[in-house]
Design a protein around this ligand. Structure first.
Ligand SMILES: Cc1cc2nc3c(=O)[nH]c(=O)nc-3n(C[C@H](O)[C@H](O)[C@H](O)COP(=O)(O)O)c2cc1C
Length: 216
């Protein structure tokens, strides 16, 4: 691994902003997009369970349709690729077993060797299910993927806008997610900023480090 410099990192993170206006004429090249899909896939998640699917929307008609389900925001239509991050609803033992089978196949460790780990995870899932918090727990994982996606995009010069100003139920309907066990959490438009987007020059509004970083 060849680490990028701290200067390069901070330059990219300061360059990133929630893009309000994308240039509708620009498309993310295939290779660049593939890397961003890998960034999503490589996101960490609790126990490694990956309670998500990422719906990549590039169809112009679908993108246009999603504007009305996004408080009229133009990003879904004008961006190059819109990712809709969805969460596995009601994560259960079958999901844990699916993950463990995948893990066994990739690492070569027999499933029986993973039985202790299975008990730990299913115990956690059972408690979360009993307390009604399992979907909230899975949803938190989805936001980790969102953060990783946006930071990765910035580092390779791709603009993004996270979109929580959406109607998730309408997204589910438009994207055919109903009944699949996955539901829309948040969108993220990706592409290239329009030169007319004044927000790209706005200063970053952040509390002072002295207020945010606590040292002990
Ligand atoms: C989870 C999440 C949802 C957001 N939803 C929207 C949105 O629907 N539309 C929008 O224009 N910006 C949205 N934003 C962008 C924030 O307003 C923005 O990140 C924040 O004001 C800081 O500005 P910056 O990202 O440009 O530094 C969202 C941000 C996050 C993290």
């Amino acid at each position: 691994m060849n680490p990028i410099s701290t200067d390069s990192l901070l330059t990219a993170l300061r360059w990133r902003y929630a893009t309000k206006k994308f240039d509708p004429t620009r498309t993310i090249p295939t290779e660049t997009w593939s890397a961003l899909e890998q960034a999503l896939i490589l996101s960490p998640s609790s126990f490694g369970l990956q309670p998500w699917k990422f719906v990549v929307v590039t169809d112009p008609a679908l993108k246009a349709q999603l504007v009305a389900a996004s408080w009229g925001q133009s990003q879904p239509k004008d961006c190059s690729h819109l990712v809709v991050l969805t969460v596995r609803q009601g994560l259960n033992h079958a999901d844990v077993d699916r993950y463990l089978q995948c893990s066994s196949a990739i690492t070569g460790r027999p499933l029986e060797a993973l039985s202790g780990y299975r008990s730990v995870i299913t115990g956690f899932v059972d408690t979360a299910t009993a307390t009604g918090t399992v979907d909230a727990w899975s949803t938190r994982q989805v936001y980790i993927a969102l953060g990783q996606f946006m930071a990765s995009a910035a580092v390779i010069g791709v603009d993004t806008c996270p979109l929580e100003g959406i109607d998730p139920a309408k997204y589910d309907e438009i994207l055919g997610l109903k009944g699949t066990g996955y539901a829309t959490v948040v969108g993220c438009a990706a592409g290239y900023r329009s030169s007319e987007d004044g927000y790209s020059k706005a200063p970053k509004v952040r509390f002072a480090a002295s207020e945010l970083i606590v040292r002990r």
